[in-house]
Design a protein around this ligand. Sequence first.
Ligand code: APR
Length: 260
Amino acid sequence: MDALSSVVSRLQMAQHVVIFTGAGVSAESAIPTFRDALTGLWSRYDPSLLASPEGFLSDPDLVWGWYEWRRRKSLLAAPNAAHRSIAALANCLPELTLITQNVDNLHERSGSSPVLRLHGSLHHPRCFNCATPYPLPEGIPDEPDGGRRLPPPRCGRCGGPVRPGVVWFGESLPEPIWKQAEQATDHCDLLFSIGTSSLVWPAAHLPFQAKQNGATVVQVNPNATTLDPVADYNLRGLAGEIMPSIFHSLQSSLAARSAP
Ligand code: APR
């Protein structure tokens, strides 16, 4: 039996599946990964500067401009077959918990709900000072292709600068969401790690934690990562191809099982 068929037969027996995703699941929607997004105007900046409170305070127009450019790209993008298959899997499994490091909202737009967003979202900015959510204007921001410096809007409550609603370097993950992610990882019997380099902690710890708790770990990535030696299955390939194959094979197996 090949690896993909073994994964599908394991999936049929699973009681609680965790799906953990990174930027690679959105690559086929032409969303640049965090590091790929450092092109053009942004190419000369260190990501830890652009994605940090200190960076924002030292140059709010540069940082807000970069995130507005990324927000625009995510709004112009469409969920791909990987997002759609993950959303569809939730309807044919006893329990599925989706945990993402992505901030692009594409899982939500493909119908997945709830989505545990460990690193926040491009679409939920808040006041830097008082944390009041800031209601973004409807529609797609009209940004030049390469992006530009843009003064952040001001908070309607305290007048402070509005910041992106993402988790920056040096900031903690949202506590309630991280707790839910850890609990799901502790109780799952099968975890998929899809499209992540497994480099950024503590999020990257989740697949290792699942393995330590006896779960089967499946990795979907065209490249090797630090998770390779630990994963039970390393499916080398694109999420937009592998996840639909898994979904369709599972559907056929379930249909065959329920046939009279
Ligand atoms: N299908 C599956 N995986 C893919 C695909 C694809 N089509 N294309 C690329 N990949 C893989 C790459 O091989 C890489 O291992 O996706 C991974 C993307 O890695 P990163 O760019 O490091 O993104 P990610 O792992 O999500 O980063 C984690 O770090 O960059 C910060 O806060 C940011 O949430 C992000 C976190």
